[in-house]
Design a protein around this ligand. Structure first.
Ligand SMILES: [Mg+2]
Length: 374
């Protein structure tokens, strides 16, 4: 196994030693999870099986990925009642993943004596999902809410986007940013006081893949040019192929083009998000590892005195939810209107509810500070 580069290992981290290439990693990082029984869940299959399935023609019936994308598409679910979860499924899911707003008091009760650390995904969590990924702007009111939260607690944005891109949307220098699915981590801008950590944080475990990512990006742009609506986004350490503006009948063809490029790159893997295929290096690093790294950077390695709260809406956020569940630390909150198989403990329906939750967090912290002054 080959150790990856740590660009600026300013933070003393035992995690650094664990970053390794995984030559034959499965298609999805959490492929050990069983496929869901209910609609709206995720399908985990091996890279080999994935490529083989696509080789059979990319049709909806033989392509579990296209099927899964159809299920996760709100417009498709509306037009295909059989794919929509029924009332019983929704009620059962809400019982096991209650609203974080309804359970706010219980969540806060668990934070007694602990430092809350906030982790926020961007697309679909702080901003609405839009057709053009370049226009996924967050509202001013959401920006104010995140800013207020960051004044109370260390706060990180964890996104599949390129770090610079997500920063250009959020524009708050006091936050930590983990772009490219956690493969590009940077602490708050110098001079911004927001935590006890004085040293700068910059961590890029996949830097040696940069030339390969550039190459695959160009190949994907070229190969998908003929498919109307296909959008290939360069996210520095990974590449996203967006399906949102592609006619559904062309999804199989687009997947086939991705497959034809990816078969030349065994060191890269494909994961599926919401109407998107993500291409990234096969290294043992994901949003869950980024969460661990940031907690360690903040001085909470192996600490029980911390309550991380991670809010996200996508499959890649599951890696972070899983870390929290396995460590018995904090809570994952899934943003979703439909039942999904998840390791999150709670749910919120949409970004508007995320904003309400952030407001309540700030109010709660302020009232606690007020009490401590009396
Ligand atoms: Mg998201």
């Amino acid at each position: 196994m080959t150790k990856q580069n740590v660009v600026v290992p300013d933070v003393k981290s035992g995690i650094n030693d664990m970053i390794t290439v995984v030559p034959n990693a499965s298609l999805f990082p959490s492929a050990g999870q069983k496929p869901p029984a209910a609609p709206g869940g995720y399908i985990g299959i091996s890279r080999k099986k994935f490529l083989k399935k696509l080789e059979t023609g990319g049709g909806a019936k033989v392509n579990p990925w296209v099927d899964s994308m159809k299920v996760s598409s709100p417009t498709h679910a509306k037009s295909t009642p059989s794919l929509s979860p029924n009332v019983d499924q929704i009620e059962s899911w809400i019982l096991s993943h209650p609203s974080a707003l309804n359970m706010f008091e219980q969540i806060m009760a668990a934070s007694k004596g602990k430092q809350i650390v906030m982790f926020l995904d961007y697309d679909g969590t702080l901003s609405p999902i839009v057709d053009n990924p370049d226009e996924a702007f967050m509202s001013e009111s959401m920006r104010r809410a995140v800013k207020a939260v960051a004044r109370c607690f260390p706060t990180a944005i964890v996104s599949g986007r390129c770090r610079d891109k997500v920063y250009s949307f959020v524009r708050l220098a006091e936050l930590y940013y983990a772009g490219s699915h956690g493969m590009d981590i940077k602490g708050p801008a110098e001079g911004v006081i927001c935590s006890k950590v004085n040293q700068p944080v910059l961590f890029q475990p996949a830097s040696e893949f940069l030339p390969m990512i550039d190459e695959v990006y160009k190949a994907l742009v070229e190969k998908t040019r003929c498919i109307r609506g296909a959008n290939v986004e360069h996210n520095k350490f990974c590449v996203s192929v967006h399906f949102r503006c592609v006619e559904e009948k062309k999804w199989g063809a687009l997947a086939e083009q991705v497959r034809s490029v990816m078969k030349e790159y065994p060191k890269l893997r494909v994961t599926q998000g919401r109407m998107v295929l993500e291409i990234r290096p096969i290294i043992a690093w994901d949003k869950g590892r980024a969460l661990e790294f940031l907690l360690e950077s903040l001085g909470f390695a192996n600490s029980k005195d911390v309550l991380p709260v991670y809010i996200g809406d996508d499959q890649t956020d599951e890696d972070a939810f899983k870390v929290l569940r396995e460590k018995g630390l904090g809570f994952g909150i899934l943003v979703s209107k439909i039942p999904k198989k998840t390791n999150a403990s709670y749910s919120l329906q949409e970004p508007a509810e995320v904003m309400l939750f952030l407001h309540r967090l700030v109010e709660w912290e302020r009232s606690l500070r007020g009490q401590s002054r009396v």
